[in-house]
Design a protein around this ligand. Structure first.
Ligand code: MSP
Length: 514
């Protein structure tokens, strides 16, 4: 289990009591972009998503519909599995917590915790929030205002009094603090790290980790009547999908995960409970947990009761999937909250994709066809302007990679966009039309070469964000060689295209939106 050469990115597993919405799409697209970026740089990559099927919340939702929890899960799972390909989500696996392989992993995790003395049996008497699947003590409720509502979601909590297994979370306060301090990148963004640190520094209670009042979950090994607390069950998916507890399973090479992408609301589970569990089980901790912010829609919080949750299918009816992918990661710094509106999307699309990028591709290929019959000539002698252009592209590639390691998608896209603007300036300043008029063929060839080879590298860097749009652009650039497997793989070095290469005729990839 090295985790050095390989890259493993996960999304949360989504509850099946609800249909997919913009929030689920967001994390999944972000994870997909990271996975595609890593594959492009040739890294052994594994990308996992899936669903969280157990727990009281799902059981209640199924009951309300008069169907079995598994029947509800099957229905919602089908929706996710139909949805993801429509957004080009390239997950390598899809984990269901009702599957035998996952339940085996959870049972093994439980036994390990128990053998290591991290579990004990007691009696739980406090409060529980079903929508959050979270326990609350009297004191925590009191601090929140004593109104019988969940400190996280503000919905009514219920009284729970039952025999329960406990996890010795309190033993891990110091080890967790030490871990945060020794690994400053463990939690991103930085502000969230401070938040988690002070939460843990404030003291940790042991965690109730089994329930007896319902049965939709993984049975506690060797203790009939108890089911494993849904968060212990769910977090273990990141390992069970790799074949845990079989340490020899080929996929176990991906552990520890490179990054768990999650929303800010579930950070405590991932940055406190999960690492404590792993420490107790004697397993390596993930390298990073990154918590993104929340989307509102047209300024309003999405909610089931308001019925304004934006469904990814409804979004697709209006806009191309790749454009939605681009917008989600470009509009809002990853880690911040943001607001989704089709107006904002249209503005960004028209200015950055239709105008800047689309134009650059169109005008470059049009000029190549107009002046040189679509065929690249010799590069000729490099001018300072050419060198500056190549240097900018090479710097961009390095910076994009650095930004992607920090999950700073907006900065990566902004950096790519500065190259696009540089490209348009390069065209203006080199004025290929005058070179053509003055019959300066050699220089004209040099300029067109630089433009188109530069575009190829821009498209390559953008391809994790917009795989289909980029494939369409790449097909035009690669012309006769469009079907070569390498087109969208890691030919990131300057100079793949050579004299004599024929590009396809331009056809607009980003028509203006009215
Ligand atoms: N099942 C748990 C996760 C277990 S992971 C081991 C869960 N599921 S969830 O379906 O409720 O939520 C999944 C994710 O959706 C969370 O990361 C949450 O932050 C995200 N979002 C839900 N609404 C959102 C927005 N409005 N905006 C952005 N993301 C949001 O929690």
């Amino acid at each position: 289990m090295s985790g050095q050469e390989s890259y493993y990115v996960t999304t949360p597993i989504y509850y099946v009591n609800d249909d997919p919405h913009l929030g689920h799409l967001y994390t999944t697209v972000a994870a997909d972009v990271l996975a595609r970026h890593q594959r492009l740089s040739g890294r052994d990559t594994f990308f996992l998503t899936g669903v969280d099927e157990h727990g009281q919340k799902v059981q209640q939702a199924a009951k309300a519909r008069g169907i079995a929890p598994l029947a509800l899960a099957d229905e919602v799972v089908a929706r996710y599995q139909m949805l993801w390909p429509r957004f080009s989500i390239s997950n390598d696996d899809f984990i269901r917590t009702s599957s035998a392989r996952h339940q085996r992993g959870v049972a093994a995790m439980w036994r390990r915790l128990r053998e290591n003395g991290a579990l004990y049996k007691g009696f739980y008497e406090d409060w529980y929030c079903v929508p959050c699947e979270t326990y609350w003590t009297e004191t925590q409720l009191h601090d929140h205002g004593d109104d019988g509502r969940c400190p996280d979601c503000n919905r009514p909590v219920e009284r729970v009094q039952e025999e329960s297994w406990f996890f010795r979370l309190s033993d891990y306060q110091q080890p967790l603090l030490d871990h945060y301090d020794a690994n400053p990148d463990f939690i991103g963004p930085e502000s969230r790290r401070n938040e988690v640190r002070s939460f843990v520094a404030g003291g940790l209670n042991d965690l109730s980790v089994s329930r007896t009042t319902f049965d939709w979950g993984v049975p506690v090994p060797d203790d009939d009547g108890h089911v494993v607390y849904v968060w212990i069950d769910a977090l273990t998916n990141y390992l069970s999908a790799l074949g845990f507890p079989d340490e020899e399973a080929p996929r176990m090479r991906f552990w520890p995960a490179s990054v768990h992408l999650i929303g800010k609301d579930i950070l405590r589970f991932h940055a406190v409970y999960w690492p404590a569990m792993l420490m107790a089980a004697g397993l390596p901790l993930p390298q990073r947990v990154f918590a993104h912010g929340w989307w509102t829609v047209d300024g309003e919080k999405m909610s089931k009761s308001k019925g304004n949750a934006l469904s990814p299918d409804a979004m697709l009816a209006q806009v191309d999937a790749d454009v939605i992918r681009y917008f989600l990661l470009r509009e809002v710094p990853f880690g911040h909250d943001g607001d989704f509106s089709f107006d904002a999307l249209k503005r960004r699309y028209n200015s950055e994709l239709a105008n800047d990028l689309g134009n650059m591709l169109n005008r470059s290929l049009s000029m190549l066809h107009k002046y040189r019959d679509g065929v690249l000539g010799e590069v000729g002698e490099e001018q300072p302007r050419d060198r500056a252009w190549i240097a900018d592209i090479e710097a961009m590639q390095l910076e994009v990679d650095r930004f992607m390691r920090q999950q700073a998608f907006h900065l990566a896209l902004e950096r790519i966009h500065t190259v696009v603007r540089h490209g348009n300036r390069y065209v203006e300043e080199s004025a290929p039309w005058s070179l053509a008029k003055q019959q300066q063929q050699a220089r004209l060839d040099g300029v067109l070469y630089h433009l188109i080879e530069g575009l190829r590298l821009v498209v390559l860097q953008l391809s994790p964000f917009m795989p289909n749009k980029c494939a369409a652009m790449m097909a035009q650039i690669m012309g006769d060689r469009a079907d070569e497997a390498q087109v969208l793989s890691h030919h990131g070095g300057w100079g793949l295209l050579a004299a004599g290469h024929r590009c396809a005729k331009p056809s607009p990839v980003f028509p203006r939106m009215e």
